[in-house]
Design a protein around this ligand. Structure first.
Ligand SMILES: C[S@@+](CC[C@H](N)C(=O)[O-])C[C@H]1O[C@@H](n2cnc3c(N)ncnc32)[C@H](O)[C@@H]1O
Length: 296
């Protein structure tokens, strides 16, 4: 009979040998999932592992040994209070992108207050039918979070990847969200002729030659088209910024996630875009992570 905490120590050591950082935390995630028990109960009750639980843990370990991301194995992540399904073919939403959701919610609220000229407590903020576009939507995490926050809004998410859009649609459905539409195509192309109050985007922003230096979980498992930002990492910012004035309403905002160290270059590109009022927001590590610009 193997007790859970003995198994946990063993799995944590094996994950460490695989070169996985935070092996103990991962082992806890694997055990709480397989035993279907919270962390407190796991440590308090230390149950014996059943043969099927041992088999499930063994199979997860085998996949982690090939450095498949734990999120793909478990099949979902928590994002801004939502359950977001992920798997091979779609980028795993990162914690810093939750900051994007926060900034976008603030921007929609600000814009709506401006349009409706009501005070901050007005229910008209949630009921104003804003139009929101999420370029490079991937799993749809941002689009779904915004659609949930603003039930009267019309939210659109575009992506070039069929697989990513399958996940995005599933994520809208499992979260009970109906005011979001996902469209396949190159950046703005699927919404040609439309205008939006807020455009958000977390585009691919890794420099091509840096991709091979990333952790195996990223470079060998996550889709290349979700990472590759071209030779200098800035290709998508150029394209998004050059068309933004055509797709934003007057006073509307563009909010983009930035790669580490890209803020100055993106601000330079933005100088000629016709957008102004730049605001940079740092992430929890102090990196300039989010850029907000508005069409004056
Ligand atoms: C960094 S991921 C962001 C995914 C998601 N928004 C998030 O924050 O987790 C970038 C996404 O851009 C998509 N993409 C790449 N090239 C594109 C293009 N030309 N037009 C639209 N989407 C594109 C990829 O398929 C990928 O899903």
């Amino acid at each position: 009979m193997i007790k859970a905490l003995d198994g946990l120590r063993e799995v944590s050591a094996i994950l460490g040998e695989y070169g996985i950082e935070d092996s103990h935390k991962e082992a806890e995630i694997i055990f709480t999932r397989c035993i279907e028990m919270g962390k407190v109960a796991l440590y308090r009750d230390n149950p014996a592992l059943s043969p099927s639980q041992r088999e499930e843990i063994r199979s997860i370990l085998e996949r982690r040994g090939k450095r498949e991301p734990l999120q793909y194995i478990i099949g979902h992540v928590d994002f801004y209070g939502l359950k977001i399904h992920v798997g091979p073919g779609v980028l795993i939403p990162r914690p810093e992108t939750e900051l994007m959701a926060e900034e976008a919610i603030k921007a929609v609220t600000r814009y709506t207050l401006h349009v409706t000229s009501e005070d901050a407590n007005s229910s008209r903020v949630t009921h104003y039918a804003s139009r929101i576009l999420d370029l490079c939507t991937g799993s749809g995490c941002l689009a779904v979070a915004l659609a949930k926050e603003f039930p009267a809004a019309e939210v659109f998410g575009t992506d070039i990847s069929e697989k990513a859009l399958e996940y995005a649609m599933m994520n809208a459905s499992i979260n009970g969200i109906q005011n979001v539409t996902f469209l396949k195509g190159d950046l703005y192309e699927p919404v040609k002729g439309g205008t939006f109050d807020i455009i958000v985007s977390n585009p691919p922003y890794i420099r091509k030659e840096d991709i091979r230096t990333l952790e195996p979980e990223i470079r060998e498992w996550e889709p290349l088209e979700a990472l590759d930002g071209g030779e200098d990492g800035l290709q998508f910012y150029r394209e998004i910024l050059s068309c933004a004035p055509e797709y934003l309403v007057q006073g509307g905002s563009l909010i983009m996630e930035l790669g580490q160290g890209e803020a100055d270059d993106v601000l330079k590109i933005a100088e000629n875009s016709g957008l102004g009022c730049a605001a940079l927001v740092k992430d929890y590590s102090g990196i300039d992570r989010i850029l907000r610009l508005s069409l004056r």
